[in-house]
Design a protein around this ligand. Structure first.
Ligand code: KG4
Ligand code: ZN
Length: 369
């Protein structure tokens, strides 16, 4: 079964071709450079860029996989959650293609995609995560992306129960906001990780761990963000971005000139490490609680924050304390937004006959489990 999948949920235009759950190509055209100067993703810019890129990315993905559009059996697309304007581009394109080639369509939940990145296989038929072919259930999933922080119990393929989530900011958002406070731009996660590495592991600020003692799987990151902001304000001089540095060329975009704080490099590195540690340990505390309660032997993680080695190490250690193992795809593309994970989710959905009625297929920006 040849599948073509598109993901345009946020700031990456991505197209993947797969043969069942084996990824043949996974092309990602990132818009990060376009959004950087705004300190976050601007929907109207994302939409326009997806429209500009989509045909080229489809062509490239087909070329790498050596498969033509006429050979595709199933067309798949992310329908949500994500930015409405951005999602629309992918949905429209998939409708066009499925009509032209008279093939079935699968509408995929982006967060389900992040879970299924763990089931994506390489051309030799091995999962990138190390999960075995005949997976037993239940599995515990921790989703840590830019928009979501959620615990999900996966009872079987395509059978999920959300068992906890953040009550405010997601952990990825906290990384992005802390980086913004320090004038480091977007996305914040990779840059905070890079600076934190220079710290030598000294936790100078010892930030409080959010909801550490609450006996449930809910999380919160806005308090941690505020605690960091207090320190940043104490030690830093307020700065404003200069308008000409922002190169505003798009008249449809208005920008709030939010201040950032000039903090000396040594202190910035210490803040980055202390923040990263608190963010990671708070996830670990919740994972500890979840494993206590659900006693599963396998934990999957998904979403952009799973790129973070420090976070992965702490979560891996916590899982081990419960005789459980942590899984994540050992493939950089599958860790952040990409269409490969959407193709894999689509394969499992198609196997269960979960096709969409193309007539009613639409984006659903706040789609949940
Ligand atoms: O899953 P993703 O690519 O997009 C969403 O579905 O939201 O996640 C993006 C998030 C951003 O908040 C980004 O800062 C974070 O993932 N991220 C990281 C790292 N790389 C990306 N956070 C921490 N450490 C990283 N190395
Ligand atoms: Zn994502």
């Amino acid at each position: 079964m040849k599948i073509l999948a598109i993901d345009t949920s946020c700031d990456d235009t991505s197209v993947s071709l797969s043969d069942n759950d084996r990824i043949l190509s996974n092309v990602i055209s990132s818009q990060i450079e376009l959004h950087k100067k705004w300190g976050g993703v601007v929907p109207v810019i994302a939409k326009r860029n997806h429209e500009e890129q989509i045909d080229f990315v489809i062509e490239k993905a087909c070329k790498i996989a050596r498969i033509s559009l006429a050979q595709i059996d199933i067309f798949a697309v992310t329908i949500g959650p994500g930015l409405a304007m951005a999602l629309e581009v992918g949905v429209k394109k998939i409708k066009e293609l499925s009509q032209k080639f008279q093939k079935k369509v699968v509408g995929v939940n982006h967060m389900v995609g992040h879970i299924y990145a763990n089931f994506s296989k390489n051309s030799n038929g091995k999962t990138y995560s190390g999960l075995s072919n005949n997976q037993s259930f239940p599995l515990l999933v921790l989703l840590i992306s830019g928009g979501h922080t959620e615990f999900v119990l996966m009872k079987n393929h395509m059978d999920f129960e959300k068992i906890g989530q953040t009550l405010d900011d997601s952990v990825g958002e906290a990384f992005d906001k802390v980086a913004n406070m320090l004038g480091w731009g977007y996305p914040g996660g990779p840059i905070i990780e890079k600076f934190a590495r220079e710290s030598g592991g000294k936790d100078k600020f010892n930030f409080p761990l959010p909801m550490k003692d609450s006996k449930n799987l809910n999380m919160s990151y806005s308090g941690l963000k505020t605690a960091v902001l207090r320190i940043v304000k104490e030690v830093g001089a307020e700065s404003f971005p200069k308008i000409n540095e922002l190169e505003i060329t798009d008249p449809r975009v208005t920008i709030s000139k939010k201040p950032f704080y000039n903090v000396d490099r040594k202190t910035a590195v210490e803040i980055a490490y202390s923040f990263q540690k608190a963010a990671a340990f708070s996830l670990a505390h919740k994972l500890d609680f979840a494993l206590e309660k659900f006693k599963v032997s396998k934990v999957l993680i998904g979403g952009g924050v799973s790129n973070n080695t420090f976070v992965r190490n702490i979560l891996g250690k916590t899982a081990k304390e419960h005789n459980a193992k942590l899984f994540y795809p050992k493939n950089k593309k599958l860790l952040t937004d990409n269409a490969g994970m959407i193709a894999t989710a689509a394969y499992y959905m198609a196997s269960k006959n979960q096709f969409a009625n193309t007539k009613y297929l639409d984006r659903d920006p706040s789609l949940s489990f």
